[in-house]
Design a protein around this ligand. Structure first.
Ligand code: IPM
Ligand code: MG
Length: 370
């Protein structure tokens, strides 16, 4: 039985509650002999700031580098609104992404049949939806320098963020998108703002070049990011893989999440470059939703995005596609039975707690596996 090293970082708010359901799933996987997971746990975000005065410690960073995969909950909350910018909870997540080189963020938006009515859009617009937002995750305005607020001395301040992309950063994310598309419906839509931004001009040019050199068999289209946002809610099924920069990807993936009915449904995988020697890549898996401080500790959170994120770890880090399919099928089965957490509740459905939903999904896995 293969052994994998996992670093679990539950974080803040509902993070620990949804992570508890991953632990339940891990217990099931170990029991059935699929794989043995060696787990370590660490603090990240606000809880780490409270304990250590930083959003992530060096010790946790070392463990993250050594792990086969990092499983991440969520960070942040109003409690830490006033902490210094460099120690804010989100800084822990951003450091993990940057230091581990996790440049490719895969955010699938899939509408489960049972949930087509939970979306704020009409059923026929979202039914059967299966798209991927591929977000560049280690560049752009999130990390560009200078990033400052300067006092101009005349009662005015000036804030600067810098959007910056080099050719290689665009090339490698374009390749990931084009590769993903080849295994799907073979279509990539690249989104930027080349009508306003120089980074958009370069993005467009480089994506075109990579496509022309290596991926002529894939259908490539370009869309301005604002129009892309509009098309996402108008007719999302026109897309297969959307590849875009860090900031647009952040916004567009929240929009895409809502197509599926709730932010509580969308998982994500953040992947680094494949090491040519070991053939392994660093990876972090996290739900797209945040820490939801308003419902934290109430047992109301939807664990599906977190469990599906672990499913993505099975697929992308451990080469266990069959088990990943099983997790997805178990989620669909629990939903088909009418079980709903509060965020996706609908007339006639049974509203269940975080733990009840987790237990139901693992229960469905047991049934499907036997
Ligand atoms: C996300 C989140 C993060 C981001 C925050 C928590 C820093 O919104 O993963 O989408 O902006 O990347
Ligand atoms: Mg976001």
């Amino acid at each position: 039985m293969p052994t994998y090293k996992l670093l679990l970082l539950p974080g803040d708010g509902i993070g620990p509650e949804v992570m508890a359901e991953v632990k339940r799933l891990l217990g099931f996987l170990s029991k059935t002999g699929v794989a043995d997971f060696e787990t370590e746990e660490g603090l990240v975000g606000g809880c780490c700031y409270d304990a250590h005065g930083v959003a992530v410690t060096e010790e946790t960073m070392t463990k993250a580098h050594a792990a086969d995969a990092v499983i991440f909950g969520a960070v942040g909350g109003p409690k830490w609104d006033k902490v210094p910018f460099d120690a804010r909870p989100e800084a822990g997540l951003l450091r993990l992404r940057k230091d581990l080189g996790l440049f490719a963020n895969i955010r699938p938006a899939i509408v489960y049949p049972a949930l087509a009515d939970a979306s704020s859009l009409k059923r026929d617009v979202v039914e059967g939806l299966d798209i991927i937002i591929l977000r560049e995750l280690t560049g752009g305005v999130y990390f560009g320098e200078p990033k400052t607020i300067t006092d101009l001395g005349n009662g005015q301040k000036r804030a600067i963020d810098t959007q910056v992309y080099d050719t290689y950063e665009i090339e490698r994310i374009a390749r990931v998108g084009l590769e993903l598309a080849r295994k799907r419906r073979n279509k990539v839509t690249s989104m930027e703002k080349r009508n306003v931004m120089k980074t958009g001009v370069l993005w467009h040019e480089v994506v075109d070049q990579v496509h022309a050199r290596e991926y002529r068999d894939v259908q490539l289209e370009h869309m301005l990011a604002d129009a892309g946002g509009m098309q996402l809610v108008r007719w999302p099924k026109q897309f297969d893989v959307i590849v875009t920069d860090n900031l647009f990807g952040d916004m567009l993936s929240d929009v895409a999440a809502m197509l599926t009915g709730s932010l509580g449904m969308l998982p994500s995988a953040s992947l680094g470059e494949i090491d040519p020697k070991s053939r392994r890549r660093k990876a972090l898996y996290e739900p797209v939703h945040g820490s939801a401080p308003d419902i934290a500790g109430k047992g109301m959170a939807n664990p599906i995005a977190m469990l599906a994120s672990f499913g993505m770890a099975m697929r992308y880090s451990f080469n266990m596609g069959k088990e990943a399919d099983l997790i997805d099928a178990a989620i669909a089965a629990a939903l088909a039975k009418g079980l709903r957490t509060a965020d996706i509740k609908s007339p006639g459905a049974t509203v269940v707690s975080t733990a009840e939903m987790g237990a139901a999904i693992v229960g469905e896995m047991e049934k499907l596996a036997s």
